[in-house]
Design a protein around this ligand. Sequence first.
Ligand code: G6P
Ligand code: ZN
Length: 595
Amino acid sequence: MVLFNVSGVETTPFDGQKPGTSGLRKKVKVFKQPNYLENFVQSTFNALTPQKVRGATLVVSGDGRYFSKDAIQIIIKMAAGNGVRRVWVGQNGLLSTPAVSAVIRERVGVDGSRATGAFILTASHNPGGPNEDFGIKYNMENGGPAPEGITDEIYENTKAIKEYLTADLPDVDITAIGVTSFGGPDGQFDVEVFDSASDYVKLMKSIFDFESIQKLLSSPKFTFCYDALHGVAGAYAKRIFVEELGAQESSLMNCVPKEDFGGGHPDPNLTYAKELVARMGLGKSNSEVEPPEFGAAADGDADRNMILGKRFFVTPSDSVSIIAANAVEAIPYFSAGLKGVARFYTFLCSPSLFCVSMPTSSGLDIVAKNLNLKFFEVPTGWKFFGNLMDAGLCSICGEESFGTGSDHIREKDGIWAVLAWLSILAFKNKENLGGGELVTVEDIVRNHWATYGRHYYTRYDYENVDAGAAKELMAYLVKLQSSLGEVNEIVSGIRSDVSKVVHADEFEYKDPIDGSISKHQGIRYLFEDGSRLVFRLSGTGSEGATIRLYIEQYEKDPSKTGRDSQDALAPLVAVALGLSKMQEFTGRSAPTVIT
Ligand code: G6P
Ligand code: ZN
């Protein structure tokens, strides 16, 4: 066994190591500065209780982006230096964010150990490569992101750090499965490299009826494709969709994980998932090749998802509502073990609670009311769901930002969402695979609108705007809220066909579990007819500021739910841009991304 020594290395603080919505995200060049990563990791160790460090088992892995391999070796050495007993690493350093959550919650090590936390190395949907982004976040023993109390403490520690601890270990081979043991001043230290997919696949098999999905995927009537955008989802897609569920290998697009995501922007939306969007026939009326029936994509760390039907886009807000409305019938996990019994009984055991983030459309609220279920609205950020889930108050949740999930883990889950949709399609087509018309993704969405009404919804993103200008715009909108009379004068001056603003505020949230209050979570303008405008600053960018504008209009009349979304929303869009003086403040005449 190789022996090692531990030493303290002197260091000085760096500015700006405050974790954002989802950890610390900066350009690779920033992370590569000597001691930059080390300071953040030591500050994290110092923010944890000693039993979560000394003698503990920690997971270290991520989406495989550029700099991950170096970062993993640095963290392994610092873990040994801080008295950690074991580090678990997914083979080649790859673990999707949902898989990390599953590993913390479910995995038992070769020696019977369990993990109490994880360093996840990802900047999620931000591009990767030497000139792009790297990121790191810490997840707790429940499998979810560290709460604000911890991230605030990490930040305070980064401002005062003087020394970090590290061990003089050789680099560990993370390409081969197995355990490497070392001997240090506190005794043995192990690095266990394990298969990145097995634990996650096992969990998915316990949630979904793989047999029924397999029947769907192997039917010649149903065609499928999946785009991992060269992110870590590729490491799971082949295992699950091809090996377990029998999809064609040719269904997989960009499923080889790459350090720079093939030069692309690994964000599953209509702008960045261009290849998938084309393959699904969106934006083209007469494509020569018949598009598949179902298409989906994931982001870099595989927690986000986009769902598409043939020539049809499912908004993330609609997606979570539809999954929730169909979960009891179509997904065994939610029928509380009553799989196979009559529909009447399964409804008695429906998942009790639905949750969305505030800017997400109000669609799920209406499903919850219809099913007589409780509904929570939280600020943007998955960690808010986690608290509710731990208290048994949230079963299915989702966000407009292409995140969907449930209480099976404490992160959103891109592949789970795809399996949920395939389960619904399999359920609706049980009788149709032999003969009869296939119920399509589009049919499911249109039927949903016919039952619950439709929330026309769009989001405008203004990326990398001058941070000062973005703040001024937000301050202006808050000030404007004090006079609804003035607001309505402006609104009617822009479009007389838009209804009146009846309420305006800044969203604030009191966590029902820990009582913590989150302020300034988005500026809302609520209209008489149920329409809504929300303005928010993104918490996940790495440069400048990103302004997000969320626009929503509710239509109950089934004869009017089939319009083109951008057409239907055009009046509200004009009002939003005029009211906020978007161009005046930002100098931008158009958003960077529209979803
Ligand atoms: C991450 C979080 C999500 C959040 C999203 C958007 O993906 O996990 O919960 O909705 O970022 O954040 P942003 O602050 O950029 O709108
Ligand atoms: Zn992500």
